[in-house]
Ligand binder design. Structure first.
Ligand code: ZN
Length: 82
């Protein structure tokens, strides 16, 4: 039992310290797709149906925008300014 507990703790820590690179759709401005690095824990929350702002509270709004629409933060700035 103790050993089992140890394993699950390690797994939780692994999830906590791992990031996942999500491929994003093609950007409407430059036409390139991209990727956003997110914490694995947030990725799992998102998979379970969490809202994007609840899954990735630490991500900037610009990066959340890229996850949803594919628009790169720098392209967003070019089109709409700061
Ligand atoms: Zn772009």
């Amino acid at each position: 039992m103790r050993y089992k507990h140890h394993i699950s703790t390690t797994t939780a820590e692994m999830v906590e310290n791992t990031t996942y690179s999500i491929e994003t759709p093609k950007c409407f401005h430059c036409g390139d797709s991209g990727a956003v690095e997110v914490p694995m824990a947030g990725f799992l929350r998102r998979q379970m149906g969490a809202l994007i702002q609840d899954a990735y509270p630490e991500l900037s709004i610009a990066l959340r925008e890229q996850l949803v629409t594919g628009t790169h933060p720098e392209c967003w700035n070019e089109v709409f300014g700061n």
